[in-house]
Design a protein around this ligand. Sequence first.
Ligand code: COA
Length: 334
Amino acid sequence: MYKSKIIGLGKYVPENVVTNDDLTKYMDTNDAWIRERTGIEERRWAVPGDGNTAATMGVKAAKIALERAGLTPKDIDFIVFATLSPDYYFPGSGVQVQDLLGCETIGALDIRNQCSGFVYALTTADQFIKTGMYKNILVIGSELQSTGLDLSTRGRGVGVIFGDGAGAVILTRSYDESGILSNHIHSEGKYAKELTVQVPGGPNPPNKLVEDWDPENLTYYPYMNGNFVFKHAVTRFPEAIMEGLQANNLTPADIDLLIPHQANLRISQFVQRKLQMKDEQIMNNIQKYGNTTAASIPIALTEAWEQGRIKRGDLVVTAAFGSGFTWGSNIIRF
Ligand code: COA
């Protein structure tokens, strides 16, 4: 069995900054409520005509990651793309990246695991390297969420949280001590409807929505049972982290940097307290980008690396929880 390691990191966020005050143009909300409940101060939202989509933002992040890895698109053997906001209902965005980047006709796989999408994507890519099937894999998390939100007061519990952006990593075969030590993924489908977009779906196709048009039927917007999600998140995040640490005979004190999915600053602070971790052991950047779902971990990982917070030999742990419910962690030695 081989081991895989990260050799390149990149991120891209749209230029357009949307502050909490800007949101008051659309809905009845205020900066104090959003900061106090979520920690979010601003987020990036694409604007019509700027060309940003899940696929194109993913490509921009991937180009940076490739350059930092010293590789070209022709060196990539496989693409794993995590998103809940693909350009098309089908095909997935991975195939667009294959084309836009100019890769060979390699395989491209989309992962539909929302907030834990990147943890699942990294886990998946790691397996292909472990078996020796592929050597260099491009793993992307990218989201264009701003176009799918209910920006009226009705949707404010969800609309203020989400942001756009992309992050990418290059995973390659490791010949030394560094690499992914283990991955841990879970799901509990009985809670699928607590955080969901129901349309389009098999039983709810778009033509039915058009035929039975009812302005009060909001199944085409994200629905989130916020309190319920919060309560499960603060249990599952620490569980996933501890499961990963215990599998490697490690403790929270051994973590050099925890990269939690940026769901809500309050959730991250709860996890930090529960695991008795110091401020310098945890990465938070939700204040600037909001919750970018599958993109949040690779964006935070890249930003931490750019800030010099990740050095060779460091133990980096990712953890996520979200729609599904799904959750998990990756334990990585840099
Ligand atoms: N601005 C102002 N007021 C708002 C608001 C907004 N953007 N959104 C909701 N409110 C109001 C509600 O209408 C409600 O008013 P009421 O008491 O008069 O009925 C009040 O604020 C409290 O709403 P509630 O939904 O109970 O707030 P909350 O404390 O649960 O916080 C979340 C809401 C979404 C921030 C919180 O539940 C959360 O973070 N959940 C987890 C989110 C998450 O992690 N999602 C991604 C999964 S990874």
